[in-house]
Ligand binder design. Structure first.
Ligand SMILES: *[C@@H]1O[C@H](CO)[C@@H](O)[C@H](O)[C@H]1NC(C)=O
Ligand SMILES: *[C@@H]1O[C@H](CO)[C@@H](O)[C@H](O)[C@H]1NC(C)=O
Length: 190
């Protein structure tokens, strides 16, 4: 009995730990992801909501922003997500982060959106910044402006979950051990 209570407590704690980021694709008919990058941890979900035109979220490498990644694995891809003018329900596609130490790079595969700066990053680093990535995409020195988005409408249709980057590992280990201790302590009192 205690064991199951412990499991239940543990599951609810870890569920609380994982965050969801919402990225608006094509806000105000723009060629942009809003926000343009996020810092996420293992277990977090980055959900893209496509609100205009016909965009993709396609994984590239830092070195080649406008080409789909082929090594070490084939980059993930939302596919084209067309949105009719005046639509009230928007397609959504999401990625679950399984290795936060591995930065992930994305672009819109619709021509010529990438070269106009429609790129996105998860966990850029001090060495590989979002601004450098965007500059490489546009072939010049681009300045990144990180506006914060506010979604005004919900509604989903296709939703996919894609493994991105390298394999395995789910939730930050130190956080898990702290929670495991709390959970065990609680379970002993029940
Ligand atoms: C979306 O764009 C792709 C690639 O350009 C094209 O093949 C597809 O027909 C477009 N879809 C719509 C509904 O416009
Ligand atoms: C996570 O990513 C880092 C950086 O790319 C890599 O060195 C490490 O091996 C990866 N870990 C796993 C478990 O794939």
């Amino acid at each position: 009995m205690r064991f199951f209570v412990a499991i239940a407590l543990f599951a609810s704690f870890t569920a609380v730990l994982a965050e969801q980021f919402t990225v608006i694709v094509g806000k105000d008919n723009g060629l942009a992801y809003d926000p343009p990058f996020v810092t996420a941890k293992n277990g977090d979900v980055v959900a893209f909501q496509f609100v205009s035109k016909n965009h993709t979220v396609t994984q590239s490498t830092f070195a080649n922003p406008c080409q789909r990644m082929t090594t070490p694995t084939q980059g993930v891809d939302s596919g084209y997500m067309p949105v009719a003018a005046g639509a009230t329900a928007f397609p959504q596609w999401s990625i679950t982060i399984n290795n936060a130490s591995n930065p992930l790079w994305f672009y819109c595969a619709q021509q010529p959106h990438c070269t106009r700066g429609m790129v996105f990053a998860i966990n850029p680093t001090a060495d590989k910044t979002f601004d450098q990535f965007k500059a490489a995409a546009t072939g010049g020195a681009a300045t990144g402006s990180a506006a914060t988005g506010s979604a005004t409408s919900a509604g989903t249709s296709p939703s996919a979950s894609a493994p991105a980057g390298n394999s395995a590992s789910s939730i930050d280990r130190s956080a898990v051990s702290v929670l495991a201790c709390i959970t065990l302590a609680l379970a002993m009192f029940l």
